[in-house]
Design a protein around this ligand. Structure first.
Ligand code: IPM
Ligand code: MG
Length: 355
């Protein structure tokens, strides 16, 4: 079991260290190799996704990823920005299916900004298409740009596009996931305005005919954003494009109390996967030892389940996480009166102990 460990920037380094600690305490044999990615790689190699890092990721069975990005790189030309590293990994490894579960842990019901009754027992799965849409549409650029930078340009544009096979394969992923859950899929689009998403809706509907046992409904993205905070438990599997999935998954994450709790898996057609927390590099709290490592630790559990075929070990980690929450241990993001505040490292150690 070969794992490429790519901590990246900001809190990425701290939280990945805790996930690695947990993996090392499972009595399984992993071959883990660490490499620089994002801003950290740019500093050393002048590129956010160096050849060696990409090669390591491609040759691994799975990638454990932290986060990339820092405001200090905002002035760099787009191809050199840290975010290009994760986009490049997704594209190069063909990781088109992004699973972002939003589960509300019983102990954290009060950490949410929503009323407890709205989110108690919440368990939804956002499936975000990850290698198409406006993120990767061509051409991209700014008209009348001056030396690659925005000032002086008169116009900017990105192209939204999806091909039939791209929509079909993510739709299949969603219907198959729904079969293992409550057999309901909501496809989120903006078919009332965008051609791309009328096409999306048509293709998802066609694929749905092969799954007569799964109930399919369609929702416009603005309405979906509203329903997510109005009655989130009405959703089960949500499938959507790259851009809407980016936005809705952050929203769904917050329903659960903290985006610091949510893992994600990005898979290709051969179940090779990249596993990362749904949150970002949070440069404002980096180095303070207060970041929540649980999203990354739970991502490692998803990695064991989906790419490494170690279901029992995945369950062990998830059970350990529930246990530390039940013990009342909380990092700052999920802290509330009456619980015990712990650091990033203490949280990781508590999970190891609970294993
Ligand atoms: C995410 C992030 C990324 C995205 C960024 C860092 C490129 O927000 O994984 O959701 O937009 O996909
Ligand atoms: Mg995002």
């Amino acid at each position: 079991m070969k794992i490429a460990v790519l901590p990246g920037d900001g809190i990425g380094v701290e939280i990945v260290a805790e996930a690695v600690k947990v993996l090392n305490n499972l009595d399984l044999n992993f071959e883990m190799e660490t490499a620089l990615v994002g801003g950290a790689a740019y500093e050393t190699y002048g590129h956010p996704l160096p050849e060696a890092t990409l090669k390591l990721a491609k040759e691994a069975d799975a990638v454990l990823f932290g986060a990339v990005g820092d405001w200090k790189y905002d002035k760099l030309d787009r191809p050199l920005r840290p975010e290009q590293a994760i986009l490049g990994l997704r594209k190069n490894l063909g990781l088109f299916a992004n699973f972002r579960p939003a589960i509300c842990y019983e102990e954290l019901v009060d950490a949410s900004s929503l009323k407890p009754e709205l989110i108690a027992g919440l368990d939804i799965l956002i499936i975000r298409e990850l290698t198409g849409d406006i993120y990767f549409g061509q051409p991209r650029g700014r008209r009348v740009a001056t030396d690659g930078h925005f000032p002086g340009a008169e116009e900017a544009f990105d192209t939204m596009r999806y091909s039939r096979p791209e929509i079909e394969r993510i739709a299949h992923v969603a219907f198959q996931a729904a079969r293992k859950r409550s057999k309901r899929v909501t496809s989120v689009d903006k078919a009332n305005v965008l051609e791309t998403f009328q096409f999306w809706k048509d293709v998802v509907t066609e694929v749905g005919q092969q799954y007569p046992d799964v109930e399919l409904d369609h929702m416009y993205v603005d309405n979906a954003a509203m329903q997510l905070v109005r009655a989130p438990k009405k959703f089960d599997v949500v499938v959507t494009g790259n851009m809407f999935g980016d936005i809705l998954s952050d929203e769904a994450a917050m329903l659960t109390g903290s985006i610091g709790m949510l893992p994600s898996a990005s898979l290709n057609a051969s179940n090779q996967g990249l596993y990362e927390p749904s949150h970002g590099s949070a440069p404002d709290i980096a180095g303070k030892g207060i970041a929540n490592p649980l999203a990354t630790i739970l991502s490692a559990a998803m990695m064991l389940r989906f790419s490494l075929n170690q279901e029992a070990a995945a369950v062990r980690i998830e059970t350990a996480v529930k246990k530390v929450l039940a013990q009342g241990l909380r990092t700052a993001d999920i802290f509330s009166v009456g619980t015990t505040r712990v650091t990033t490292v203490e949280m990781g150690s508590a999970v190891v102990k609970a294993l």
